[in-house]
Design a binder for this molecule. Structure first.
Ligand SMILES: Nc1ncnc2c1ncn2[C@@H]1O[C@H](COP(=O)(O)OP(=O)(O)OP(=O)(O)O)[C@@H](O)[C@H]1O
Ligand SMILES: [Mg+2]
Length: 230
């Protein structure tokens, strides 16, 4: 599903180049639920951005679902992001002037799906993330956990093969965090969606099948979680 080979990422700074990832290798199978941990600044978000085609590595190769990302042009990467990847961020990134239904419908509308199909899909996704009755609400009228569920529904709209979540429980209290983890876990187990989730929270990471730990831009640990935990 995901093959990252010798991926390095350097940022040009006034003080010189800064290396955020150094020749990182990671292989992730289809249907795995991966947690990425590591100290602040270790390269977790950088790796996620590269996996999602939001950013290109300085060197190395990233293959996702048979597609070599570095071989795509800008347009190809946009199409890849829209159709294969669902992004979920810590700060939700919902559009404040749009309702829940409109936020979820965005990607579908961008892909010119017919209106009836959009309505059907949005209604299904709202049920799936347990937000019945909130379709016409605005993000500011929702709790943090509810906003994060809208963000997940939006990520699911295009039936992505892969969900990339950057600290999806970071802004939530324990109960809301648990609900989000359960939702991601269910999508992974029941719908076979591969999930890569960055988290600082050991407990959240234990929801995953496998924990990859980064330090200074390199993988320093890659451990399977004990079977039968869940
Ligand atoms: N656009 C950029 N320009 C310059 N340096 C950057 C850029 N993006 C990230 N970095 C640097 O790369 C390193 C890794 O950043 P990254 O955001 O991947 O860390 P992280 O592991 O996600 O940390 P956190 O847990 O704090 O979110 C950091 O030292 C950061 O300052
Ligand atoms: Mg980060």
């Amino acid at each position: 599903m995901i093959r990252v080979e010798k991926v390095s990422k350097e940022f040009a700074l006034e003080a010189g180049n800064f290396t955020a990832l150094r020749e990182t290798d990671v292989t992730i199978g289809k249907g795995e639920f991966i947690a990425v941990m590591g100290p602040s600044g270790s390269g977790k978000s950088t790796l996620l951005q590269i996996l999602g085609g939001l950013d290109l590595p300085t060197s190395g190769s990233v293959e996702i679902d048979g597609v070599r990302l570095e071989r795509l042009d800008e347009k190809g990467r946009t199409l890849f992001r829209r159709t294969k990847v669902g992004f979920v961020f810590q700060n939700y990134q919902l559009l404040p002037m749009m309702t829940v239904a409109e936020n979820i419908a965005l990607a579908l509308a961008a892909n010119r799906a017919p209106k009836a199909e959009i309505d059907r899909t949005v209604a299904r996704l709202i049920r799936e993330v347990n937000l019945e009755g909130k379709a016409s609400s605005y993000p500011s009228q929702l709790s943090g956990g509810q906003q994060q569920r809208v963000a997940i529904a939006r990520a699911l709209a295009m039936k992505p093969a892969l969900i990339l979540a950057d600290e999806p429980t970071g802004n939530l209290d324990r109960q809301n965090g648990e609900d989000i983890l359960k939702l991601l876990s269910r999508l992974n187990k029941e719908e076979g969606i591969t999930v890569v989730m960055v988290t600082h929270d050991r407990h959240a990471a234990e929801t995953a099948d496998r924990i990859i730990t980064l330090r200074d831009g390199a993988v320093v640990e890659d451990a399977m979680e004990g079977a039968g935990r869940k």
